[in-house]
Write a protein that binds this ligand. Structure first.
Ligand code: GDP
Ligand code: MG
Length: 330
């Protein structure tokens, strides 16, 4: 289901065609990153990745609701809401933004950016920043080849400063192995442009949906971090390959965190005609959803995109994206 949004639209900046070719929308990328208001600002690239039909776009659309109420944007330069506490707004308002729907047929594989860019001046330093939101399609699904999957994951990791890895119910061993494989790919690509940095990538957040063990690890980011610590623990009696996966992942990202979200309720999970309004969410889910979005996107919490420990400006970011995309077109 998709509802028109007054200020922006999803743009497919990179897609794989049916014949497995990579198509890049340079004009759209330029419009965003070389925009007057963006090209000289430091950028935050907020990205989500994971299997299809697991609530990624749904989550991002609530992120957009938060962003529009806290920040002006290119297309909505006016002041945001007076009462930002109430950013979730009206409980009967249908969700709009990135398309999302129930069912099993997936959308195109690729990288999608929100055409509107959020603007902010950091209070502490006076730095001007721009926030870009990115959705991905096609990871871990049955129709995408492993090679395509890892290319998309690698691109997401290379471009973003905050990468949300959206998973259902638990972190599985094969997902960690997959993460290692895809991250190796990304490190290989990054080495071209930035040499072998100690920890080449920035923030990785495991977002676990439908968490069902709150008695063991409670919902939210604290419980999540405890759970993640347990999962990533290197144990002496572990098989060597399991140990190396853990070491590799920990050595690739500056920060790795986790958040456990409850089941959203039957309407959200199952009703085909559900339009995303929060009045139909389980209360517990709504509260945790709000908390994690604030945790990620409040002005003091966003992470600026760095390459080689240097903050990147919009126009420089576009150059990097161009070169990464080229790398993956061959
Ligand atoms: P995407 O393919 O990962 O982007 O998934 P969508 O955002 O399109 O959502 C797919 C379906 O999952 C929709 O019907 C949503 O209402 C539903 N959904 C959203 N969040 C959750 C969640 O946390 N748990 C469950 N079980 N379903 C969810
Ligand atoms: Mg989606």
């Amino acid at each position: 289901m998709s509802h028109d949004h007054p200020y922006g639209k999803p743009v497919e900046v990179l897609k794989f065609t049916d014949t497995k070719q990579v198509v890049v929308d340079k004009a759209e990328l330029e419009k965003m990153f070389d925009h007057q208001e963006v090209k000289n600002r430091k950028v935050v690239v907020f990205s989500i990745i994971g299997a299809f039909r697991r609530g990624k776009s749904f989550f991002l659309d609530y992120c957009l609701r938060f962003l529009y109420s806290h920040y002006p944007s290119i297309n909505n330069p006016n002041n945001p809401l007076d009462n930002q506490q109430d950013w979730m707004g009206n409980g009967e308002e249908p969700l709009s933004g990135f398309t999302w729907r129930s069912g099993t047929k997936r959308d195109t594989t690729g990288i999608i950016m929100w055409s509107d860019v959020f603007l902010h001046t950091l209070e502490l330093t006076g730095e001007k920043i721009a926030i870009i939101v990115m959705d991905t399609q096609g990871l871990f699904d049955n129709e995408t080849s492993p090679a395509e999957n890892s290319r998309i994951f690698a691109l997401g990791t290379l471009i973003s400063s905050i990468q949300v890895l959206n998973l259902s119910s638990i972190i599985q061993e094969d997902q960690l192995q997959y993460l290692q494989f895809a991250t190796e790919f990304a490190r290989f690509a990054a080495a071209d442009s930035q040499g072998q940095a100690e920890k080449p990538f920035q923030n990785l957040l495991f977002l676990i949906r439908d968490w069902s063990n709150p008695d063991e690890f409670e919902f939210g980011t604290e419980g999540g971090d405890h759970y993640l610590k347990d999962v990533l623990k290197v144990k002496s009696d572990q098989k060597p390959e399991l140990r190396s996966v853990r070491q590799f992942i920990s050595s690739s990202f500056e920060n790795i965190n986790c958040c456990l979200l409850p089941y959203p309720g039957k309407t959200v999970a199952r009703v085909k005609t559900y339009d995303g309004r929060w009045s139909k969410m389980d209360e517990e889910f709504k509260e945790e959803l709000q908390k994690v979005i604030e945790h990620l996107l409040l002005p003091n919490n966003v992470i600026l995109k760095k390459i080689n420990s240097k903050d990147l400006k919009g126009s420089e970011m576009k150059e990097y994206i161009d070169s990464y995309f080229q790398l993956f077109q061959s």
